[in-house]
Design a protein around this ligand. Structure first.
Ligand SMILES: *Cc1c(COP(=O)(O)O)cnc(C)c1O
Length: 420
């Protein structure tokens, strides 16, 4: 199949080879990215993409659903079991859609939602003013305290004032463990539903390395499937049984048309992988690697938001640590072959385009098989890359060492292209 593509559309094929080479030779430190399994890639590239299957197993609009029903039933059963959820929906096309599904399914337009401020670690889909959702629902935002940690006095104070219908927690840039029971208490005090968007840490929860908000009595949990869970791009909505019908209707016919069945097949494969003992080891190693990386960065004098991490991600204040804006640091690191992303820090005086920090994480290097010794080496390379960014020889030397490290720990997936 690859040969046919190569012959028919060399421009696209070359770009695919280029991306395979890039992924093999650069080290992915963006905490929301990962390298998926060859088995997942195999499931994605299948004829399920031809099939319309609006509806749910046993109740579809079109015929010919023998096999779509098989995969969707397997995917939902595996998701329920893995996350100890009473109900699972696997059709959301990605993370943004999965969160809209919950807002529209459980609330009315204009209802108040309490969520984390974007600049303090929240996500665009949690009612950022630039999102359409912020025009539909009445979002109120809590911020972290000066140390960068959730301030429950503030959460409780705003909840008392605005009486939200939904209390939402879960972030894209928060390096500390979340007190789900604390959020649940606040929600119970004002009669609100509870939702956790665990997109970043879904795999770490599945692997038993971090607590599961469903165990703390949360009503709904959403997670993307392509971050620490190592699956294809997609979204899971997990909930108590009582919300299942509303969630399903909110996905279809509420928000989406035909589900992407090739993706759902691949999600099912990733969920099978996540239930294996090896995945529990992966989740534990991802956390241990983050400790090693953070510890070594601190030894180098780096200033980290909250002073460290409890999970897979680290936010470095690059202005305080190296006198570099996040954008400049990201650029310097990329030239050395280390992929990170510029990141706003709490109360950042700089814009989202510039930022005072970068965010990095360990899910992807852990997938490559790297351990704590390699994380110490990566921290050393990180610091050399930002400190030596104006020294062309140093940048070249760091890049060569990154490539050697990557060659010792190949990413799963096609590697032949990297050598050609
Ligand atoms: C990544 C992420 C999303 C959005 O996922 P997309 O697949 O990019 O739409 C939503 N919420 C959180 C917390 C995330 O980290």
């Amino acid at each position: 199949m690859r040969d046919r593509l190569r012959q028919y559309d060399p421009e696209i094929f070359e770009a695919i080879l280029g991306e395979e080479r890039r992924q093999q030779t650069e080290l992915e430190l963006i905490p929301s990215e990962n390298y998926t399994y060859p088995e997942v890639l195999a499931a994605l590239g299948t004829v399920f993409t031809n099939k319309y299957s609006e509806g749910y197993p046993g109740n579809r609009y079109y015929g010919g659903q023998t096999y779509t029903d098989v995969i969707e039933r397997l995917a939902t059963a595996r998701a329920r079991e893995l996350f100890r959820a009473e109900h699972a929906n696997v059709q959301a096309l990605s993370g943004a859609a999965m969160n809209q599904v919950v807002y529209y399914g459980l609330l009315q337009p204009g209802d108040a939602i309490l969520a984390m401020d974007l600049t303090h670690g929240g996500h665009l889909t949690h009612g950022s003013p630039v999102s359409h959702m912020s025009r539909v629902f009445d979002f109120h935002r809590y911020r972290t305290d000066a140390d960068g940690r959730v301030d429950f006095d503030e959460v409780r104070r705003i909840a008392g004032e605005v009486r939200p219908k939904l209390v939402l927690c879960g972030h894209s840039s928060y390096p500390r463990e979340l007190d789900y029971a604390g959020f649940k208490r606040v929600a119970d005090e004002v009669g609100a539903l509870t939702m956790a968007d665990v997109s970043h840490v879904g795999g770490l929860i599945a692997g038993g390395a971090l607590p599961n908000p469903l165990d703390a009595g949360f009503d709904v949990v959403t997670t993307t499937t392509h971050k620490s869970l190592r699956g294809p791009r997609g979204g899971l909505v997990l909930s108590k049984a009582e919300f299942g019908k509303r969630i399903d209707k909110s996905v279809f016919p509420g928000l989406q048309g035909g589900p992407h069945m090739h993706t759902i097949a691949a999600i099912a494969v990733a969920l099978k992988k996540a239930a294996e003992p090896e995945f529990r080891e992966y989740a534990a190693r991802t956390l241990a690697n983050a400790q090693a990386l953070a510890g070594r960065l601190i030894e180098h004098g780096a200033e980290l938001v909250t002073g460290g991490t409890d999970n897979h991600l680290i936010v470095v204040n690059t202005v305080a640590s190296f006198g570099l804006q996040g954008r400049e640091a990201q650029q310097a690191l990329e030239e050395a072959g280390l992929a990170t992303n510029k990141q706003l820090i709490p109360d950042d005086p700089l814009s989202a385009q510039r930022t005072s920090g970068v965010r990095l994480g360990t899910p992807a290097p852990t997938t490559r098989g790297m351990g704590e010794a390699e994380m110490v080496a990566v921290a050393d390379l990180f610091v050399r890359a930002v400190r030596g960014k104006d020294d062309a020889d140093e940048v070249k030397a760091v890049r060569a060492e990154v490539q050697q490290l990557c060659a010792r720990f190949p990413a799963p997936g096609p590697i032949s292209a990297a050598k050609s």
